[in-house]
Design a protein around this ligand. Structure first.
Ligand code: GDP
Ligand code: MN
Length: 396
């Protein structure tokens, strides 16, 4: 589950990580009120307005703007709220902005006196350990830093038995070139950041930039946070942080039907039981020269109702030009799945894309007969390769 910047910052704050203070709003009037309140709390005269969407690079797309007066707060809030924000990380149509974070300006008196760093905590899947990744080159796109100046990216691997050790926090501060008060503040910052990541069961906490202010304080100016969905049962209070407006609508619907669905770019819809078989099916489609339109695991019980739900979901994607159903009948018998496919097909009326069905396992032969004699525009296949080739043939 991805969070908005303001939500990520709230979590950071509860773990004692210092943040750029802000108030999230959804109208220009609220923005002005928020700015006044921040001035009372922090003494700041200037404010920065930040579009809240699940995408980075907002600054480049005009979604982060500095306001030097309350009139500017109002006009900028009016511009940003409701806009379609296009950034290097969104699609060409961009994302609609529903909320804006009004934050204190923390770069005062000027950018020459401040430094921006990059710090993230994430899981290194190769070593199976959490890791702190950090760089002196903050504020920029980290992928560019990794490509052009990889020697400016440092990592600190965390031993799960000990957690982060104090010397590791000091090494981060040292490698970032800090000294004095800023050095001390950075060790506290990194330690609290790691605790926040660990205790919230996150899979990513990316702070870019981490700012050293002109008076040597270390603050999180941005926060990109992903909470591990598998741990959400331990964090019931985080459930309300979900903003489904930011998620792919087909994926949201599939999720509510209990289907494991991920939308992809290609044109071959896949309906498969089991995640491993679904991955293998996608590989085979690619190998045969096609592109999968989705990952879809219908789960163990591939009955008519689930098959129909899966059809509905796959056909919502206008790119789909063929559907490959690849089901292994182990506990669930193939003839029942075949009947499910036929019933679902009939129930749905018109399906305008060719369907190739491969059923293997218990009663596969009966299943093939059912499909072949159904009179529907459904082709059966026995071998995996044969199925993929038939898909390519109908697309050609
Ligand atoms: P992103 O573009 O989506 O990563 O959004 P960020 O939250 O990282 O903001 C983008 C940029 O806006 C930062 O790198 C800063 O340079 C700038 N910015 C953020 N907060 C302030 C602020 O308080 N004052 C000023 N002057 N600039 C800010
Ligand atoms: Mn950023």
């Amino acid at each position: 589950m991805n969070l908005h910047e303001y939500q990520g910052k709230e979590i950071l704050s509860t773990f004692g990580v210092k943040i750029q203070k802000g108030i999230v709003v959804s109208t220009p009037e609220e923005a002005v009120a928020a700015a006044k309140k921040l001035t009372e709390q922090t003494g700041t005269g200037w404010h920065v307005l930040k579009a809240q969407v699940h995408a980075g690079g907002r600054g480049k797309g005009g979604g982060v703007k500095l306001a030097k007066s309350l009139t500017e707060v109002e006009t900028i809030a009016d511009q940003i709220i409701g806009m379609q924000l296009v950034t290097p990380q969104t699609s060409a149509e961009g994302k609609k902005v529903h909320q804006v974070l009004v934050a204190e300006d923390v770069y005062y008196p000027g950018e020459t006196e401040t430094s921006e760093f990059y710090i993230s905590v994430l899981l290194n899947r190769t070593t199976g350990r959490n890791m702190i990744m950090y760089s002196t080159e903050g504020g920029m796109d980290i992928e560019t830093v990794a490509e052009e100046t990889p020697h400016l990216i440092f990592t600190e691997e965390i031993d799960p038995a000990t957690g982060m050790l104090p010397f590791q926090a000091r090494r981060v501060a040292f490698n970032l070139g800090l000294s004095g008060a800023a050095f001390k503040d950075m060790t506290k910052f990194v330690t609290a950041l790691y605790t926040a990541y660990d205790k919230s069961d996150a899979s990513l906490f990316e702070i870019n930039p981490v700012l050293k202010t002109s008076d040597n304080k270390i603050l999180a100016v941005d926060a990109k946070v992903t909470i591990d969905d598998n741990a959400l049962f331990r964090h019931k209070d985080y459930l309300e942080l979900r903003d489904i407006r930011e998620e792919n609508p087909i994926e949201v619907e599939a999720g509510s039907l209990g289907l494991n669905y991920v939308d992809l770019e290609g044109n071959v819809g896949c309906m498969v039981n089991g995640a491993g078989l679904a991955m293998a099916t996608m590989d085979l489609i690619k190998q045969a020269g096609g592109e999968p339109a989705n990952f879809l695991d219908v789960g163990g019980t591939a009955d008519a109702a689930r098959v129909e739900a899966a059809f509905q979901i796959i056909l919502k994607d206008p790119e789909v030009k063929a559907i490959l159903i690849n089901i292994f009948g182990g506990i669930v018998r193939c003839d029942r799945v075949a009947q499910g496919v036929i019933d679902a097909y009939k129930n749905m009326g018109t399906i305008n894309v060719p369907i190739i069905v491969r059923l293997q396992g218990t009663n596969a032969d009966i299943a093939k007969e059912l499909i072949d004699n159904s009179g529907l525009d459904v082709q059966s296949a026995v071998e995996f390769q044969e199925a993929a080739d038939k898909v390519q043939a109908v697309l050609a």
